[in-house]
Design a protein around this ligand. Structure first.
Ligand code: GLP
Length: 249
């Protein structure tokens, strides 16, 4: 738990300090005895972190050799080889730079012919791996977690969802040549809440309103990230720009 009280909130100077802190948490987790099961997220927030993890791995200070990884989500209809897919984004950002075994990099398949079946398969794979020990989470500007958009139930499971216009707009840069997908497959909030530890990461002023609502507003499906407060192992790491004002003062 960090020094921020209830939710374990660390407020750090900038995105680099945030990445250093979260890299240390991930490094500690990966060096614990047993078989680590790490939940991963995509997004610009995690790029500095993944850079650090790649460098540490190359330097021999860190290893993913025993780790199994589960990503939160993937677009529907975008194949793993397409540059806009989260699978491709994870390869570029992390998987190509660490020693994780290919068969232990799990991301939902957004091209599966039966997405309900794919969602059930994904849930079963998480259980078969022993459950997620540490789950990294970002936050969307509208408070989404994974692709659990406002309105998502706190007990939701891995499923196909429709993306909000604001989320599609935020993710448009990943699709310079075409339309942003309208649907995705995401771990549910209920799935996420079963991880033993959650690390919610937010950087930049565009995340402040969402993080303020998540940590200080009502626990409500209007702000999906607010459901995370029910988890006793929630640790929030934010930079000064993203941190709720009252806490950052
Ligand atoms: C994406 C992902 C989330 C991510 C969020 C914020 O669409 N589905 O898992 O946390 O939006 O992304 P970013 O870090 O780029 O702001």
């Amino acid at each position: 738990m960090g020094p921020g009280g209830r939710a374990g909130l660390d407020v750090l100077a900038d995105p680099d300090a945030v990445a250093d802190r979260v890299a240390a948490l991930v490094g500690e987790y990966l060096s614990e005895p047993g078989a680590p099961v790490l939940g991963l997220a995509t997004g610009a927030t995690f790029e500095p972190l993944y850079r650090r993890l790649g460098l540490s791995c190359r330097a021999g200070d860190l290893s993913f050799a025993r780790a199994t990884c589960f990503n939160l989500d993937e677009y529907v209809g975008i194949g793993p080889g397409e540059p806009g897919s989260f699978r491709a984004a994870m390869r570029r950002a992390l998987f190509d730079h660490v020693d994780v075994r290919p068969e232990r990099m799990h991301i939902p398949d957004g091209t599966a012919p039966d997405l309900a079946r794919e969602a059930a398969r994904y849930e079963a794979a998480i259980v078969a791996a022993g459950g997620i020990g540490l789950q990294l989470l970002g936050i969307g500007r509208n408070g989404h977690v994974g692709f659990n958009e406002p309105g998502s139930s706190p007990t939701s499971r891995t499923r196909e969802v429709r993306l909000s216009d604001s989320t599609r707009e935020a993710n448009r840069p990943a699709f310079p040549a075409g339309a942003v997908p309208e649907r995705a497959i995401t771990m549910g909030l209920g799935t996420i809440l079963e991880a033993r530890r959650l690390v919610l990461v937010a950087t930049g002023g565009a995340k402040r309103a969402a993080l303020t609502a998540a940590l200080g507003g009502p626990i409500s499906p209007d702000c999906p990230a607010s459901a995370l407060r029910r988890h006793p192992g929630l640790h929030v790491v934010a930079d000064r720009e993203a941190a709720p004002l009252a806490r950052a003062a």
